[in-house]
Design a protein around this ligand. Structure first.
Ligand code: LLP
Length: 419
């Protein structure tokens, strides 16, 4: 469900024609719908009402301050994976107590920052990380709350780059190893065991891998209990998929029902870390056609957005629906929609059936609200695009387009290399 519809042949976000935004901010730009965000948050939260839980939005999907502030306003917490994420979360008004910190490479500085912010818990990814957190907490005269991120070795049946809970992945600790780490953590002076965690992958379109993972976690929870280790939180990660083309992921209601059934009456507060399902279909990337280029074998539509703006097609072969901003009927053709970047891997769509497009036409790249802007770069010295948030008939530029000065800010030229 989203808020990007044609009205009188012109694609709108809510009541605002995308052309109007393009006139104001230029192209390319990201456009997010606040009503869609609201609906997605409500769809996720509604089946959890009455369940002791906390939803911690996975900021890696979208970390814009306005969006995060809205999440905070709606009572969501955050799943952070870096000091930068943590900084943003706190700045957006998300209380430390609603923040979980995942990721295999937390630095000492980041750990200190998180301890000082009083986060809900660190999701521990290795034996050595646990030792370092104990040490850092000791230096700060604090106790660090931790859960072990268990790698349950289940196949999430998704793209290999975004599956995280299989034994060959770098994430989490296997079930036996986790048991050992819990016993070690119990004896650590500056560690407080508070939970257990897993995240098996992203863009899952079936609930069964989640259920399998819960089953393995429950067995471990029972063994921990036998050792006198009681927990407060069960963190089930994120991963629920969305429809990009013809996928049919479970509705959040069915996902919630299935996992809560599997969890059963454990008496633990359940933590969720959804990212994509909240923001994915709440955002699009709008780009303009620069050129048509015909070769002997292909027609290329060269647009002003590339892999520096949206890398998902290049990196994962991901499919994003593409719609002309001005509705077009009539003849269609098969084209590659490509960006301006000097890489053959720079494309938004390959062999896509689209209406005949000409220079200056605008296109909406759909379902780009998650892992779109957050993965953008300055490759080829391209300024990052602006982000616009639409609420009904009003829109707000929530991030300005980077300038060329921004591109070189912080760079210095030592005089002596020119001597
Ligand atoms: N929690 C943890 C520990 C994660 O690693 C992730 C995603 C999430 C939660 C949120 O997962 P979600 O609900 O969004 O599926 N860049 C890739 C996706 C990478 C996902 C990484 N981890 C993409 O564009 O598809």
């Amino acid at each position: 469900m989203h808020d990007f519809e044609y009205r009188q042949g012109r694609l709108h976000c809510g009541e605002v024609p995308l052309e109007e935004i393009a006139e104001k901010v230029g192209t390319p730009f990201y456009c997010y719908s606040l009503p869609t965000l609201r609906r997605h948050i409500e769809a996720f939260e509604e089946p959890l009402s009455g369940v002791d839980h906390q939803t911690c939005f996975a900021m890696k999907a979208n970390a814009n301050l306005a969006i995060l502030s809205y999440m905070a306003h709606r009572g969501l917490g955050a799943d952070v994976v870096s000091g930068g994420d943590l900084y943003r979360a706190l700045k957006a008004g998300i209380p430390g107590g609603k923040i979980v910190y995942s990721g295999v490479g937390k630095t000492a500085g980041e750990i200190d920052m998180a301890i000082q912010a009083g986060i809900m818990m660190f999701n521990i990814e290795s034996a050595q990380e646990l030792e370092v957190i104990n040490e850092r907490a000791g230096m700060l005269g604090r106790k660090a709350p931790v859960s072990i991120r268990v790698n349950p070795d289940v196949d999430p049946m998704t793209h290999p780059y975004i599956s995280t809970g299989m034994k060959e992945n770098k994430f989490g600790i296997d079930v036996e190893g986790s048991m050992a780490q819990y016993l070690k953590a119990r004896d650590m002076e500056h560690i407080e065991i508070v939970g257990i965690d897993c995240h098996i992958g992203s863009q899952l379109t079936d609930v069964s891998p989640f259920i399998d993972a819960v089953g393995r976690l429950k067995m471990l929870i029972a063994r921990l209990k036998d050792h006198g280790i009681a927990l407060e939180y069960l963190d089930l990660g994120g991963g629920l998929g969305i429809t990009y083309s013809d996928e049919e992921p479970p509705h959040p209601r069915d996902y919630a029902r299935a996992v809560l059934d599997a969890v059963g009456p454990l008496g633990l507060k359940v933590i969720f870390e959804p990212g994509r399902v909240i923001v994915g279909n709440a955002g699009i990337l709008v780009t303009r056609v620069l050129y048509r280029k015909q070769t002997k074998s292909k027609t290329f539509i060269v647009v002003d957005a590339g892999m520096s703006d949206l890398i998902r097609p290049s990196l994962y072969g991901a499919y994003h629906d593409i719609r002309p901003v001005e509705e077009k009927t009539g003849e269609r053709e098969q084209v590659d929609v490509v960006g301006p970047i000097c890489e053959s891997g720079d494309f938004l769509a390959k062999n896509r059936d689209l209406p005949i497009l000409i220079r200056d036409d605008m296109l909406a790249v759909m379902s780009a609200g998650a892992y779109g802007f957050t993965m953008a770069s300055n490759y080829n010295s391209r300024p990052k695009p602006p982000e616009v948030l639409v609420d009904g008939a009003r829109y707000h530029v929530v991030l300005n387009r980077q300038t060329y000065e921004d591109l070189v800010s912080g760079e210095t030229v030592p005089e002596e290399i020119l001597a």
